[in-house]
Design a protein around this ligand. Structure first.
Ligand code: FES
Length: 148
């Protein structure tokens, strides 16, 4: 089936004219111009694309447009001046930056669910978010800072 999938993204209703089995990441980036979610692996393994679907961390490279039609999607463009973003800036977390939107959105989802996470909970939540620059210690410190 082609066309007319209604998505609710960052508080706005949008229509994307793509086949229903199109990966949500493609629709976000190529149809809606939301390039914050990054393409890393395309198979749900790296975490670069993490965005929120109904408030939970999700990997839009392995979700389809049809599957997400009745959900609320939030990309990193949809959060502004969030405590996680402030902590990221304060601790100068990013190096190359490519994976950071996914790291940040994973942290946002964690803190929405667990406002005062333990180090073990932080490590578990971010376990499958890969950072080739190895910024993991700063990422964990920033999540702790955001939870303060
Ligand atoms: Fe989605 Fe890697 S691009 S998890």
């Amino acid at each position: 089936m082609v066309g007319g999938y209604r998505l609710h993204v960052n508080g706005r209703r949008q229509v994307v004219d793509v086949p229903g089995d199109t990966p949500l990441l493609w629709a976000l980036r190529d149809e809606l111009g939301l390039t914050g979610p990054k393409y890393g692996c395309g198979v749900g393994a790296c975490g670069a694309c993490v965005s929120l679907v109904d408030g939970a961390a999700a990997r839009p490279c392995v979700r389809t447009v049809a599957d997400c039609e009745r959900t609320r999607i939030t990309t990193i463009e949809g959060i502004q001046d969030h405590p996680v973003q402030r902590a990221w800036l304060e601790l100068d977390v990013a190096q190359c930056g490519y994976c950071q939107p996914g790291q940040i959105m994973t942290a946002v989802a964690l803190l929405a669910r667990v406002p005062d996470p333990t180090d073990a909970q932080i490590a578990e939540a971010l376990r499958d978010n890969v950072c080739r620059c190895g910024t993991y210690p700063r990422i964990r410190a920033a999540v702790r800072r955001a939870a303060e």
